[in-house]
Design a binder for this molecule. Structure first.
Ligand code: HAM
Length: 443
């Protein structure tokens, strides 16, 4: 037997229906916030990611040379493509640009719980607005895109951090700019690595600088322990102007989220620095409340990316939310919907002579927008009714010799097991009423 590649999923109809349910809810949330949908190719020039996404993602690329000798890769994320699209039309797009996308991404990762090699991601981004109002709107949509599934503040948290503040803090420690990104890569591992390993990584990150790795590590630990704006203000009390100005942005962002009624969903957590290289300001990740499991979503501000791709200066902020961890969480919370994908009506054809009438009615009902199935073969009543029930259809339409002779169709409620005879000429109107009011409307 052939099998699919490791980390790639197949979707049987039940699973695909669930997937569509995810896409529907994400779309609805994005539209309510006034976002417009976009898309881009899944195969992209390799360079788009080697230059822009950072080392970790580059190690995970599904890249190859195509038959024309081009270096290409399946997309590991959608943000560089978005930045390219926006850069190409920056002059004519009305700002702020509020766009969302749902697409499959590919990363050659080790397959584990919450991590696959092909996964779907819901992306939402605002471009053209530099202030924290846009960060707040993006975080609010990220929260909404989880709430639409029935998740509450008891189930998940958005952990909020800030690369701008990190860079200012590292600068205050004397860490040169060139070492700041490598140091943040160590911070990213803080929760998952032992002390000896961290010291080794910090020593590597600070190689060629005058900084003492053990001291920087100690200061970093003290910094990440600050979990409120008050503590941050006390920590930096009377510090440089740039830091004071940045704390004012924090106040605006937290105040805006509070005004939106979202304070319960947010925690200040400086351990979040994000693995992707392009982030420049506020960054965040959504996690299950207990902190267990992989991130449900991640994002932040990336003000330099559009320009790097040949566009104008264009501030940007956004997030990506994956379907894999979300599904695991919804499953654990009992929030996955039951698969229900049956037709509205199922025509039970008992007799070959009744088939032309039945097929004419099936066509009429389908034209009217109903979902209708019918039996391909004639057979015994009990067997065909069972087949109708198995499709999940609420109503069976029965066509036998008696019904044809009387010019009627029997409409049967497959759950209540009640029937009503309806003249064929009135079928469509009566069924429209039945859909709304139940079988009583047929009588
Ligand atoms: P990311 O943090 O790499 O960000 O991915 C966002 C989310 O995608 C993760 O939180 C996770 O739910 C899901 N995800 C990532 N990798 C995998 C995987 N191998 N298997 C299953 N799920 C995965 C980005 O991709 C940024 N481009 C998001 C963004 C948009 N930033 C600004 N705009």
């Amino acid at each position: 037997m052939f099998t699919s590649l490791p980390g790639f999923r197949e979707f049987y109809p039940e699973e695909r229906a669930l997937q569509n349910h995810f896409f529907d809810l994400w779309r609805r949330a994005a539209r309510r916030f006034g976002f417009h949908e976009w898309d881009a190719p899944v195969l992209e020039p390799l360079e788009l990611f080697t230059e822009k996404s950072g080392e970790e993602i580059v190690r995970q690329l599904f890249n190859f040379e195509d038959k024309g000798g081009r270096q290409v890769t399946l997309r590991p994320e959608m943000t560089p493509s978005l930045a390219r699209l926006v850069a190409a039309r920056a002059g004519s797009l009305r700002r702020p640009i509020k766009w969302f996308a749902i697409g499959e991404n590919y990363r050659y990762e080790k397959q584990q719980k919450g991590r696959l090699r092909a996964f779907y991601q819901f992306n939402a981004d605002i471009l053209g607005e530099p202030g924290p109002a846009a960060d707040a709107e993006i975080i609010a949509l990220c929260i909404e895109a989880l709430r639409v599934f029935g998740l509450t503040a008891a189930d998940f948290r958005v952990r909020l951090s800030d690369r701008t503040l990190w860079f200012l803090f590292l600068e205050s420690l004397g860490v040169p700019e060139s070492a700041a990104v490598p140091v943040l890569a160590v911070v990213d591992k803080l929760e998952r690595s032992g002390p000896a390993e961290l010291l080794k990584m910090m020593t590597d990150a600070l190689a060629g600088t005058d900084c003492a790795p053990a001291t920087v590590l100690e200061k970093v630990r003290a910094f990440v322990a600050l979990d409120s704006l008050e503590k941050l203000e006390a920590f930096f009390g009377g510090a440089a102007e740039k830091i004071t100005a940045r704390l004012a942005d924090w106040k605006t962002l937290l105040g805006t989220l509070e005004a939106m009624g979202l304070a319960d969903f947010i925690s200040l957590d400086l351990t979040i620095v994000r693995g992707l290289a392009y982030y420049t300001g506020f960054v965040f990740e959504a996690f299950e409340r207990s902190g267990d499991g992989r991130a449900l979503a991640g994002g932040g501000r990336y003000d330099a990316l559009v320009k790097k791709l040949g566009g104008p200066d264009m501030p940007a902020v956004g997030f990506g939310m994956g379907d894999v961890t979300l599904k695991n969480l919804l499953d654990a919370k009992g929030l996955l919907p039951v698969y229900a994908d049956g037709p509205d009506f199922y025509a039970v054809i008992l007799d070959a002579a009744a088939r032309p009438e039945a097929l004419a009615d099936v066509a009429l009902l389908r034209q009217a927008g109903f979902r209708v199935e019918y039996s391909f073969k004639e057979g015994k009543f009990g067997k065909l009714i069972q087949a109708a029930e198995q499709t999940g259809a609420r109503y069976a339409l029965i066509y036998g010799p008696d019904e044809v002779a009387a010019g009627v169709v029997k409409v049967r409620d497959t759950k209540a097991r009640q029937e009503a005879a309806v003249p064929r000429g009135e079928l469509l109107a009566r069924l429209q009423a039945v859909q709304e009011e139940g079988i009583g409307a047929a009588e």
